[in-house]
Design a protein around this ligand. Structure first.
Ligand code: FEO
Ligand code: CA
Ligand code: CA
Length: 695
């Protein structure tokens, strides 16, 4: 059996399929702007880490590195009755034995306006942008939108997803989604980007944030239907948040509307996230810079440089929210940006609770945050700063996790991320002979060692100590990128999800791409190739495996995947036969199935195919075997993957997004077909006999 879909790859131009408009509204045009990291650290001289099924939890029970309380909480999180499937079978149509979890016919690269799943599987839409989340929401129609309705309906552009079983209520779950950003051209009839109306802007603010919605399954197939449950909630751009940790109450966080520096209005650009072992949701505020105007006009040079380090320079934003709320204008509210770009925590089990922003985890473009718990109950949260040449971080708690699941236990556990030490990663390779892009060193691996550099320690009662010379603790927490620069953090190729494996404890990092890597283009701030970033002008991304001393300061690492068209010499699939893998490009979000396989969703496929979801074997002879399970419609990115025994869930973000798409002229009609306007939606896939996925 040859390469899947090779014909589609014949006219490679190796450019991301992302439209300019996606870049504009998703990332504030980061791809077309100078790299904010102008530090010269970390590359001269050293060219050299949710949701699990019952079986995962049970298997983890005896392991030393198990997520202690996580296992017990998650043990209640079984998707359905656990069917065992432990024997490897032969992949239909190939001569390759696939491990349990990977036994499905791989989906070929394609450009369909559809969700494509393997033969013998089906899929269905769970909930769409505009569908009712909270009681009292009106019926959505494109010409009947209001702020009041948007605050009660499923938001736009769903990214992270979590599915939490509701105790004592069989087949009922809480679906939690992030709504990362809005694309007004595809939301409003006759949208004029030069003159958005106040109502449009307020609807956009209401369409950001998060949704918590009860869904009901059945015993026959994977379908999930939204219901009006008691936990249903919309969190949006005006929902009150509590600022916690070293920035809370700081002068750097005070605004004219909040003299306490402890109360923030809303969350924005929530990208990926994680489920804590105590049953709450973490969500990363990512590309926040694009919402703030005027950073480049600040008189004080140090302050101006600090806005610039976070990409905030433009006098006017593309979205123009600053015309309607002063807080988006740095000239009027210089501290408002210091109140975003955090990891937020939401207790989905109490719809009246005030969500929290944890400033002890630092301020940067958090993709998300994911937790490993050591055997003594220390909580370690991993997080990537998703921009070219930014850093990888971890937070090690000083508090121990409570393993109980009462409301009091949960409230106590929600303080864990406020006390501890924040670190940033420094990488070294072990092969001096690595000098050529994409050429494996003599030891046959891209691998090496690393050190976690201390940035900040927050003690009980909130007092904090900076480990960075010349910066106070508050400054480290607010200007975390600058702190990373100063301690010699390593410039990475856009760290997205960083997720610890539920049983092995190894940490997996998606490094989505970085076409400036070693590009040596005039006017571009870049960094040379290195063993941890071995591809010049890296278009297709990497997946790194880190063996971390979780609460300690040392680690080893290796590259599991060098993504791309397997026909390209530079690609690497954990040593697996490249003739028998799916092409994969731009890894973004990660999850694990109950067999221990890694699943990867992609964003921005640079191989002329739609984005997709891939399963990757991590152990044994099949390590590196990579198979595409589904693809999303053209223009969309595959987000928030969840792989349960009998259900796979993805969030389909920005379907049909391209430079021309408008409400009047939509290129995608997914999911409703006909001439309908496309709508970002959550999708569930299952095996037709409702058996175990990939078994
Ligand atoms: Fe929102 Fe890093 O992707
Ligand atoms: Ca090596
Ligand atoms: Ca992402």
């Amino acid at each position: 059996m040859g390469l899947q879909g090779r014909n589609l790859l014949s006219a490679l131009d190796f450019r991301s399929s992302r439209s300019h408009r996606t870049c504009l509204y998703k990332c504030g045009d980061a791809c077309f702007k100078p790299v904010p990291n102008t530090s010269d650290n970390a590359y001269f001289g050293d060219l050299f880490t949710r949701e699990y099924s019952r079986r995962t939890a049970l298997r983890a029970g005896g392991a030393a590195v198990v997520t202690v309380g996580g296992a017990s909480f998650l043990a209640a999180c079984a998707d359905a009755t656990g069917t065992d499937a432990t024997s490897a079978t032969t992949q239909a149509g190939t001569d390759v034995a696939a491990p349990p979890g990977l036994n499905f016919e791989m989906v070929k690269p394609n450009t369909e306006d559809a969700v494509v799943v393997p033969k013998g599987y089906s899929s269905d839409v769970v909930i769409r942008w505009g569908d009712k989340v909270v009681e009292g929401a009106g019926e959505w129609s494109v010409d009947n939108q209001s702020v009041e309705n948007a605050q009660k309906q499923y938001g736009f552009n769903c990214d992270f997803a979590a599915l939490l079983p509701i105790e004592g209520k069989k087949n009922h779950f809480l679906l939690v989604s992030n709504h990362e950003y809005t694309t007004p051209q595809q939301m409003f009839t006759g949208y004029d980007p030069d003159n958005p109306t106040k109502e449009q802007v307020m609807i956009e603010l209401a369409s950001h944030g998060m949704s918590i919605v009860e869904v009901e399954g059945n015993d026959k197939d994977g379908r999930l239907k939204p219901v009006m449950g008691k936990y249903n909630r919309r969190i949006h751009g005006h929902t009150p948040f509590e600022l916690r940790g070293p920035v809370a109450g700081s002068d750097l966080a005070k605004t004219s509307k909040d003299r306490t520096g402890k109360k923030v209005e809303g969350t924005i650009n929530n990208c990926s996230g994680g489920v804590t072992p105590w049953g709450t949701i973490l969500s990363g505020e990512e590309n926040v810079d694009q919402y703030f105007a005027g950073g480049g006009e600040v008189k004080n040079a140090q302050a101006r440089d600090r806005y610039k380090r976070y990409g905030m320079e433009d006098a006017e934003t593309q979205r123009k929210w600053e015309r309607f709320e002063d807080r988006w204008d740095i000239r009027k509210e210089p501290n408002e940006p210091h109140r975003f770009n955090y990891v937020v925590e939401v207790n989905p089990w109490d719809p009246t609770s005030t969500p929290v922003k944890h400033t002890a985890l630092g301020r940067f473009k958090h993709e998300g945050a994911n937790i490993h718990v050591t055997s003594d109950g220390t909580v370690v949260a991993y997080s990537g700063d998703d921009s070219r040449f930014e850093y990888l971080y971890k937070f090690v708690s000083s508090r121990r996790m409570r393993s109980g699941h009462t409301a009091e236990d949960r409230a106590e556990n929600m303080k864990i991320l406020d006390e501890g030490t924040l670190y940033v990663a420094h990488f070294e390779g072990n092969s001096a002979d690595f000098t050529e892009s994409g050429k494996l060193p003599k030891d046959g691996k891209y691998d090496g060692t690393g050190t976690w550099k201390k940035l900040l320690t927050v003690t009980a009662h909130g007092s904090a100590e900076s480990h960075v010379e010349g910066m106070s603790a508050e400054e480290v927490a607010v200007f975390t990128r600058e702190a990373g620069d100063k301690v010699g953090a390593t410039k990475m190729d856009r760290p997205e999800d960083v997720e610890p494996h539920p049983t092995s404890g190894k940490v997996y990092a998606a490094l989505t791409n970085n076409d400036y890597r070693g590009a040596n283009r005039e006017g571009k701030n870049d960094a040379p190739i290195a063993e941890w970033a071995p591809i010049q002008e890296n278009k297709n991304g990497l997946v790194m495996e880190i063996d971390d001393d979780h609460a300690g300061e040392k680690f080893t690492w290796n590259l599991l995947l060098v993504c791309g068209d397997p026909a390209q010499a530079e690609t690497y699939f954990g040593g697996f036969d490249k003739a028998r893998v799916s092409p994969i490009s731009c890894p973004d979000n990660l999850t694990f199935d109950s067999f221990g396989n890694l699943w990867i969703s992609t964003d921005g496929n640079a191989l002329n195919s739609n984005d997709g979801l891939f399963a990757v074997s991590l152990e044994g002879e099949t390590r590196g075997q990579t198979k595409q399970f589904l693809t999303v419609p053209a223009g969309a990115e595959t987000c928030g993957p969840l792989v349960f025994d009998k259900r796979v869930i993805v969030n389909v973000q920005h379907p049909g997004e391209d430079d021309e798409a408008t409400v009047e002229s939509t290129t995608s009609h997914w999911p409703d077909g006909g001439t309908s306007l496309t709508r970002p939606s959550t999708v569930v896939a299952w095996k037709d006999d409702f058996g175990v996925i990939g078994a």
